[in-house]
Design a protein around this ligand. Structure first.
Ligand code: ZN
Length: 119
């Protein structure tokens, strides 16, 4: 089902990695703040509460991929691009908020072990 030629994809990934590495070197203190601000905007967009239990402390809320596969998507697109996509195009039912507890339970139920690092 791969429609993009592996070589092209490889070059794209390299370019992304290279430009983000340069940006991080140039503005190390901005990276964390920018991600945090973007993440906060996405959480607000998604309603600011856990869809399972209504938990509303943003410090423990996580942006969850409704259909799973978050780890793969993050590796391919990068967290920054995913957050940008949600802000620009809306969730379209692809993402939801879960608190840390509900996310852990979902992962155990779905056997998505190793898909940690939502933040
Ligand atoms: Zn919850």
């Amino acid at each position: 089902m791969e429609i993009v030629e592996p070589k092209i994809l490889e070059a794209k990934k390299k370019r992304w990695a290279e430009s983000s590495r340069r940006w991080k070197e140039k503005y190390p203190e901005r990276v964390g703040r920018a991600i945090k601000a973007k993440r906060a905007a996405v959480i607000a967009l998604l309603g600011s509460v856990c869809v399972q239990c209504g938990f509303s402390d943003v410090r423990a809320l996580q942006i969850d991929h409704v259909f799973g596969g978050g780890r793969k998507e993050r590796l391919e697109k990068g967290w920054w691009n995913i957050l940008t996509d949600i802000l620009e195009n809306g969730s379209q039912g692809r993402y939801q908020l879960l608190c840390a507890n509900c996310n852990t339970i979902k992962r155990i139920v779905n056997k998505e072990h190793g898909d940690g690092g939502h933040s």
